[in-house]
Write a protein that binds this ligand. Structure first.
Ligand SMILES: [Fe+2]
Length: 226
């Protein structure tokens, strides 16, 4: 399975998963459809489906346009607010696109309907990949826009660390060893945040503030995304 990472907007990414034998492709989070279709043409692949992690504009604003430009496109997600949604998914549901398999993982916290997609290819030596939307970022996580801190904690310490150890992030090209979830007692106070806002130790990329009222530095704020 080949994964194309496509930077868009200020700090977002779209992804294109390509089954190299058939040249079929599946996109993740099509915020800028024309840019995505440029890559589809350049790669000479056929776009079959779109996976959307959550309904926020910087992940899903291009869904309707992409569906219009690609008639018959299947759009997957777990939130009815996702534009163009044709195939609602549930936690643990497995999808198959040729030899590419995708497991849908409900990860509420950032939004109530957030889903991460865990993808691998049958009979391939390649490690599986996680498309984590705004549930898990590079060194941080999306802020609590809708869900509760308990939901976020469960997503980050229950769902995602259960993935295989060789799972990698297409954004960072890193494997998941740095993210194994916090062990008991590792949460510490974030030095840049108000007292209620806590960030765990370096192994835990989460800010557990109830509504993230952080007034920290730009670098600190950039760890959160809406
Ligand atoms: Fe978001």
């Amino acid at each position: 399975m080949k994964v194309k990472v496509i930077p868009v907007l200020e700090d977002n990414y779209m992804y294109l998963l390509i089954e190299e034998r058939s040249r079929d492709a599946v996109a993740v989070d099509a915020a800028v459809p024309k840019r995505l279709l440029d890559i589809v043409r350049r790669e000479a692949v056929e776009l079959r489906a779109l996976l959307t992690t959550h309904h926020h504009w910087d992940h899903a604003r291009g869904n309707e346009e992409l569906a219009r430009l690609c008639p018959g496109l299947r759009v997957f997600g777990a939130d009815e607010r996702i534009g163009g949604l044709t195939h609602p998914v549930t936690h643990g549901q497995e999808l198959a696109f040729g030899s590419i398999r995708v497991r849908c993982l409900r990860t509420p916290g950032h939004t109530s309907g957030h889903v991460c997609y865990f993808a691998w290819e049958d009979e391939s030596p390649d490690a599986p990949a996680l498309f984590s939307g705004d549930a898990l970022l590079v060194g941080g996580c999306g802020r609590l826009c809708e869900g509760s801190a308990e939901q976020m904690l469960s997503s980050l310490t229950g769902v995602l660390p259960a993935l295989p150890r060789d799972t990698w992030s297409p954004t960072t090209r890193r494997r998941s060893r740095s993210w194994r979830g916090p062990s008991a007692g590792t949460t510490t106070t974030c030095p840049r945040c108000p007292p209620r806002c806590t960030r765990s130790s370096s192994t835990t990329p989460s800010c557990a503030s109830p509504r993230s009222p952080c007034r920290g530095s730009r670098a600190t704020r950039s760890r959160w995304r809406c």
